[in-house]
Design a protein. Structure first.
Length: 256
């Protein structure tokens, strides 16, 4: 019984001596590998501003009141917008396109804020629309509109505040305007024949842009009084084309 008890112990000691008594160095311990957790990407914020509103027709007294224009003067709170000869209203076009852009941007991981939740209210005023961009620290503010010009006029243009009221309205805003202009042209839309140059229009009279302190532009998608463009803006397929192009422009600006 005594020998059987000692045999396992002696076997362990002998095995240990093979390494220790031979002078061989023990195997090195594995080097710890430092691991880091990447910070999640910062979510970009886009404010979409569908121009005008469906209730502005009945709320004319409200939208006529003066608000600051960002240049030391005043402007009417809002306007009713234009429409096609067949009666398709600009406010409806603006809201439909903005909602389509919103869906695309959300799918791309953006946070999107609209300046109005539906197409039945009155306003908001242009100064409140600009304030919405500042309130959420928007990376981009894009106001969606359509024009009502002479029937022979056609094409889109992208407006921006000129001269720039602050640094955010200088280089960054010009970059946003250019990205949107390029995306619209790449989508097959022609530049305006009556506004700006090469699809870009610097303007001092747009209070919603003057008052914003974020990169801010206004896209006049088409002339609703032009028969061909009226047909495009009036169709769901046409509005989807505008939305896709605007989305591409915003993403090109935010992900250069």
């Amino acid at each position: 019984m005594r020998r059987a008890t000692l045999r396992p112990v002696l076997t362990v000691i002998a095995a240990a001596c093979v390494v220790a008594c031979s002078g061989a160095a023990p195997a090195p311990l594995p080097t710890p590998v430092a691991t880091t957790t990447a910070a999640p990407p910062v979510q970009r914020v886009v404010v979409l501003d569908p121009g005008h509103n469906g209730g502005n027709y009945v709320g004319r007294a409200d939208i006529r009141r003066p608000v600051p224009d960002g240049r030391g003067g005043t402007k009417p709170c809002n306007t009713v917008g234009t429409e096609t000869n067949a009666g398709y209203a600009e406010h409806a076009f603006n809201f439909d396109v903005a909602k389509r852009v919103e869906a695309r941007l959300v799918a791309a991981g953006m946070r999107v804020v609209l300046t109005r939740p539906d197409d039945t209210g009155v306003g908001p005023c242009v100064d409140a629309r600009a304030a919405a961009a500042d309130a959420v620290g928007a990376d981009a503010f894009v106001s969606v509109h359509a024009d009502g010009s002479l029937p022979a006029d056609h094409g889109f243009h992208v407006a921006y505040a000129e001269p720039p009221p602050d640094p955010a309205q200088a280089g960054p805003t010009r970059a946003l305007a250019t990205a949107l202009r390029d995306a619209m042209r790449n989508a097959g839309f022609t530049v305006s024949t009556n506004r700006g140059a090469e699809g870009l229009s610097g303007r001092p009279d747009l209070a919603g842009l003057n008052l914003a302190h974020r990169p801010s532009v206004l896209v006049e998608c088409a002339n609703m009084r032009n028969a061909e463009e009226a047909a495009t803006v009036s169709s769901p397929e046409g509005r989807d084309r505008y939305a896709a192009a605007i989305t591409d422009g915003i993403l090109a600006f935010l992900r250069p």
